[in-house]
Design a protein around this ligand. Structure first.
Ligand code: CA
Length: 445
């Protein structure tokens, strides 16, 4: 469990001036982690960094200086390879100690300023790779609003299946095709539902390609196989959150998804943001986990006082689009929708607890997707499937174009941030990805 400490003091400022600019998103109260190197330097190794204002502090170089003591020193010593897995594999106490040491080193008046100044790289000059080696990827389905809206399209009279309000629904996704923001991928090709029942299925490029606005939960400390994590311990095993786009081919999904769930409609690409924001950094934005009083309360293993009082997070999410035409016209990204993580039906702690209740072992660097985070209103829908009501009502764009689903060269940008009066904005950064045309495909006969 995370408590507020001196790192959350809203009055703290940094000697990195850009970190003090109002709304910059990476103030000294945030301190998210990524794997980076200077763009265009192919012999420079990728390494861990922490964001401060518009800069990145090189943690591998800092580990060489070894200015910290105790748990913070142990944590920093784990920041010398090209993934965050060694840091993630330590404990919540290590991450908190490193956060405190970095906060003290980066705030105004820090004795380490002179030694740290040469270790900064401008974010504008950086290139990122995945923050972790992701061994396993699980995607949940925790927005009641999304599940209801999508369910209505398939089953108008019975949109929610009877298990939804009792079980955090999820499925195992695929880790090999997860990429970091900036990812591009060809439009997937596959089988589609036959035009008539009993007929031969169609085959070709997906015509109903969509995005899904999600958050990713990156697992820190793992659990041994056979040992379930209780809900009181679950959050100590979470390293932090990122933004996630679970690209989806709806027409492939409609034909393949029964009885075992999505497969090729989902596993061709998943994009995550480079920055991982720790639960410590998000602590000021904790909020009550609220259920409609008419809904069933979670079973005891998914319930705790802390989860009820502070298990949800107030994180604003938004989806944006650029098209070939809008970029040519010099238009800014066009807004598609915005929603909030606090409207989810289950909390991070409940997802981790449920995932391990059967003895399944989670590993450092494992990724859990939340599922599309739609809110109760249409303008809060986290996918085009919802915004265009199943492709029936095209979305009008400021560029004068329309979209039912994504077209070639469309770029989807997801953003997330936390805001409240009297506290600096905490940003999760951006998660962008672009659809390329389908590869020419010659089926073998
Ligand atoms: Ca999803």
């Amino acid at each position: 469990m995370t408590i507020l400490d001196e790192t959350h003091d809203p009055d703290l400022t940094s000697w990195v001036a850009s970190a003090n600019v109002e709304g910059n998103g990476f103030p000294v109260q945030n301190l998210p982690f990524a794997i980076f190197r200077t763009r265009g330097t192919h012999n420079e190794p990728f390494r861990p960094g922490v964001a401060i204002g518009d800069q990145i502090l090189d943690l591998a170089a800092l580990a060489n200086i070894a200015p910290f003591n105790g748990l913070a020193a142990e944590a920093l010593a784990a920041c010398t390879t090209d993934t965050l897995n060694p840091l993630m594999a330590l404990t919540h106490q290590h991450w908190s100690a490193l956060r405190l040491a970095l906060s003290r080193a980066l705030r105004n008046g820090a004795a380490l300023q002179k030694q740290l100044t040469p270790l900064l790289t401008a974010q504008a000059d950086a290139q990122y790779q995945l923050p972790a080696r992701i061994g396993d990827y699980t995607d949940f389905y925790i927005s009641l609003h999304h599940a209801t809206a999508v369910g209505k399209q398939f089953r108008p009279d019975n949109p929610l299946l009877p298990n939804y309000k009792w079980v955090p629904i999820g499925y195992h996704g695929r880790a090999s095709s997860i990429g970091v923001s900036g990812q591009t991928f060809p439009r997937p090709v596959g089988q589609k539902r036959p035009a008539q029942d009993g007929g031969q299925p169609g085959f070709g490029p997906a015509e109903r390609l969509d995005y899904e606005l999600e958050l990713g939960v990156l697992i820190g400390t793992g659990n041994a196989q056979g040992e379930a994590l209780g809900i009181e311990q679950a959050e100590d095993h979470v390293f932090g959150l990122c933004i996630l786009n679970d690209w989806s081919a709806r027409d492939l999904q409609a034909w393949e998804y029964q009885p075992l769930g999505p497969f090729l409609a989902k596993n061709f690409a998943t994009t995550v943001s480079p920055w991982v924001v720790t639960l410590d950094a998000l602590a000021p934005f904790r909020t009550r986990f609220q259920r409609n009083p008419d809904d069933p309360q979670p079973l005891p293993y998914l319930s705790s006082l802390h989860n009820q009082d502070a298990g949800a997070f107030d994180i604003e999410l938004s989806a944006w689009l650029t098209t070939q035409a809008s970029r040519k016209a010099g238009l800014a990204p066009m807004p598609l929708s915005e929603s909030n993580f606090r409207d989810a039906y289950w909390t991070v702690a409940q997802l981790v607890t449920h995932h391990t209740v059967n003895g399944c072992n989670l590993m450092p660097g494992d990724l859990l997707g939340t599922g599309t985070l739609s809110g109760p209103e249409l303008a809060q829908a986290g996918s085009l499937l919802e915004l265009s009501r199943g492709g029936n009502q095209p979305v009008q764009l400021p560029s004068g174009e329309q979209r039912r689903f994504l077209e070639d060269h469309d770029e989807v940008i997801l953003r997330a941030q936390c805001r409240k009066p009297g506290y600096p904005v905490i940003s999760l950064g951006e998660c962008a990805g672009t659809v390329l045309p389908a590869r020419a495909h010659t089926p073998h006969r």
